[in-house]
Design a binder for this molecule. Structure first.
Ligand SMILES: [Fe+2]
Ligand SMILES: [Fe+2]
Length: 232
């Protein structure tokens, strides 16, 4: 995981908060040594609650995780760390739960004041996860804080640029924007795969390649067929 969150000092090594029994459910969680059955149950509730706050629909967080994990493979990230990333990325917008009521109810593009409030979901998300010790939740905190940072420094909350942004957040940034473009929102229709890809790789004035890590865009080009085929 060091490659995914290198800029953060320190790390925990294992789930110490319980007996660390393997998760009962098969699949992703069962492959994660730091996710026990009890945490898994709590997490499912948390993810479902967080997803309810997403304009892109309840399956958006899981798709973002899947896409980020696919892209991570192109960076030589191993299977276990990809599984950590996939799970952690599902919590990228968890901070939206803590926004004032009404901000997410906007059915149009946000005005500057509402946008500033909305941008706080990054620091709020990190604060919700700030005391986590399990590695994947620490990774989730990094992603929640930095998934709107941009390669060219024009992102938020800190205006980080280039490799100041952890790789995990650079991967999720591309996955998140791609999936948001593919999704219906109250104020816009979903785009097809080709349109979404073109807006990211070529740009359209609002979204453009300068905001993303060029190597992640290269990975997107290489894996686009698999991403296009993901169920929606
Ligand atoms: Fe976000
Ligand atoms: Fe998102």
């Amino acid at each position: 995981m060091d490659r995914l969150i290198a800029p953060l000092p320190g790390r925990a090594t294992a789930c110490e908060a319980c007996s660390n029994q393997p998760a009962a459910a098969p699949g992703l969680a069962a492959r994660l040594p730091c996710v026990c059955a009890a945490h898994e149950e709590a997490l499912e509730g948390l993810m479902a609650r967080a997803a309810a706050f997403d304009h892109e629909g309840p399956d958006h967080p899981k798709r973002v995780g899947r896409i980020a994990a696919l892209l991570a493979e192109e960076f030589g990230i191993g299977e276990q760390d990809r599984a950590l990333l996939e799970r952690a990325a599902t919590l990228h917008d968890i901070g939206k739960m803590a926004l004032p009521e009404g901000v997410l109810a906007h059915r149009h593009v946000l005005n500057p004041e509402a946008r500033r409030v909305m941008e706080r979901h990054t620091v709020l998300g990190a604060s919700i996860l700030a005391h986590a010790r399990a590695p994947w939740l620490r990774l989730a905190a990094v992603i929640a804080l930095m998934h709107h940072e941009r390669w060219d420094g024009s992102g938020y909350p800190s205006g980080l640029r280039g490799t100041e942004i952890p790789l995990a957040a650079r991967l999720v940034a591309v996955a998140d924007v791609y999936d948001a473009l593919r999704s219906d929102r109250p104020y816009k229709d979903a785009q097809d795969h080709g349109q979404a890809l073109a807006r990211i790789l070529v740009g359209d004035g609002r979204v453009g390649p300068a905001q993303f890590d060029p190597k992640v865009l290269e990975a997107l080009r290489r894996r686009e067929a698999e991403i296009a085929a993901l169920p929606r």
